[in-house]
Design a protein around this ligand. Structure first.
Ligand code: SAH
Length: 464
């Protein structure tokens, strides 16, 4: 190990910075965030430092560095572009046994600034030993995605309960189990959902309960339209802590690859008219599994609340007192439109957008056509493939112009994406000719003509 990572308490301690440019400014900001008192010497100041000096955030000594300035300091940073001055600062600090950092000069550093993820009081520091700050930043970006922003709040809550938990559980092993449940279960989830008072209440209830808590909960998660990059951070985190996963046909294999390796996978359908598990059974299975203490992930294509029957599933849970949370996903309309280069609204073409289902019930549509068809509105039709001929017929009969641009987006956002462009009149023919298959989204409106100009995603595009 090149450097020992330690965390310094700099509150009210005097730190010294040499240099008045932007690099010095960045270091000063860090020191101030840690509560340090900063004294700085330089001939000139950049705007940011100037403002800090004027507001009294730092003590500014105009002029040249002299070793006597280090008297009473606990830490020194040299951030000048003058190699001679940097060396002089390093020499003076070393003589006084003070930790010193010379920016961009690892051989003159007795300490280095790590790349930081700040979820105070949780702080993660990353160092590449001064070899590549860019690599440290890249690693940080990856970790940022893994560490929810609210971990700091979770730590603060844990601190508040540290003593009571110690009193309640005499044995270290029990305490560890308790905290593992709290930090990965409903309490943590409430904190992440910004429900701090509820989280504190839940934690108190767990503490008062005679048994160790059950971690049973259902996560109703929107898995997006297919591309795993479109998952939210929260979706991924919950997928990776689930004990069992119930998924349906629309969830892409690449998304499914990301669930916890040892989770049980249960396929629950549903292709048209081929329901692997009836909806009522799905609802009850979710409740039963959670009651057994399992963390149940219910993965649904797109967004669970948009033509996903997510509402029905959690209604059952709510009725039976099972804890649950809902994670929104990118709905097919957003995903397909973006990946097909078709903005759903546009100042010149559409001021509103309507999502409708083209699902046929007993051979007819459940659609309230009023207000759906007017020139400045984009129409997005989910589940519209089977009923497409009568759908288009209805649109034309209700006054839509025959050459209204329309698109079919098949398997949107996946490498297999195909976009077919035509008109509301020609769509049914397109489907027949190209054997378009599910899942396909229908987009109708003038915005469709922008596809030619704005398509960016490498899929197939067929214009006819
Ligand atoms: N809850 C989902 C929609 C479920 S309804 C969501 O928010 O996206 C199923 C319909 O969604 C399909 O019939 C199809 O019209 C559309 N759909 C879902 N994923 C799609 C995809 N990747 N490409 C095209 N259409 C898709």
């Amino acid at each position: 190990m090149e450097f020992l990572p330690i965390f310094l308490d700099l509150k009210q301690r005097h730190c010294f910075v040499v240099g008045g440019g932007d690099v010095a400014l960045r270091k000063v900001r860090l020191l101030l965030r840690a509560g340090a008192r900063v004294e700085l010497v330089s001939l000139t100041l950049c705007d940011g430092l100037q403002a800090m000096a004027e507001q009294g955030d730092i003590i500014y000594c105009p002029g040249h560095f002299s070793p006597s300035m280090l008297e009473g300091k606990v830490l020194v940073v040299a951030a000048t572009d003058d190699a001679l001055v940097n060396r002089q600062v390093h020499g003076a600090a070393t003589e006084k046994n003070l930790p010193v950092n010379v920016v961009d000069c690892p051989e003159l550093c007795s300490f280095i600034f790590p790349s930081i993820i700040d979820r105070s009081p949780v702080v993660v520091a990353i160092s590449t030993g001064g070899t590549s700050p860019t690599l440290a930043r890249l690693i940080r970006t990856k970790l940022e995605a893994l560490i929810p922003a609210a971990y700091g709040k979770l730590a603060t809550l844990a601190e508040k309960f540290r003593q009571p938990v110690k009193q309640r559980f005499a044995r270290v092993h029990q305490r560890r189990l308790f905290w593992e449940d709290v930090l990965q279960g409903p309490v943590a989830e409430q904190v992440f959902a910004q429900q701090l008072p509820q989280a504190e209440q839940t934690l108190q209830q767990l503490l008062d309960a005679p048994e160790l808590p059950s971690k049973g909960e259902v996560y109703l998660i929107g898995a997006g339209p297919g591309d795993p990059d479109l998952l939210t951070f929260r979706a991924l985190r919950l997928m990776q802590q689930a004990d069992v996963v119930l998924y349906d046909r629309l969830v892409s294999p690449r998304v499914l690859d990301l669930v916890r390796r040892d989770a049980d996978l249960i396929y629950v359908g549903k292709a048209r008219a081929d329901h692997a598990m009836p909806q009522e059974d799905i609802n009850q299975t979710l409740a039963d599994l959670a009651k057994q203490g399992k963390r149940v992930c219910r993965l649904k294509g797109g967004d669970p609340f948009i033509f996903g029957r997510g509402g029905e599933e959690i209604e059952t849970l709510a009725e039976q007192g099972v804890a649950f949370q809902v994670v929104p996903g990118i709905t097919a309309a957003s995903g397909c439109a973006s990946y097909a280069g078709i903005p759903l609204t546009h100042r010149d073409y559409a001021q509103s957008v309507a999502f409708v289902t083209g699902h046929l019930k007993d051979g007819s549509f459940n659609i309230n056509w009023d207000g759906l068809i007017h020139p400045q509105q984009t129409l997005v039709i989910y589940m519209g493939l089977v009923g497409l001929p009568s759908l288009c017929e209805q649109l034309l009969a209700r006054g839509m112009k025959a050459d209204m641009p329309a698109a079919l987006v098949q398997q949107g956002t996946t490498p297999e994406q195909k976009v077919y462009i035509g008109t509301v009149e020609s769509l049914p023919e397109l489907v027949k000719k190209h054997k378009v298959k599910a899942p396909t989204l229908v987009i109708v409106g003038d915005v469709v003509q922008l596809h030619d100009k704005l398509a960016w995603f490498k899929g197939t595009s067929i214009n006819s």
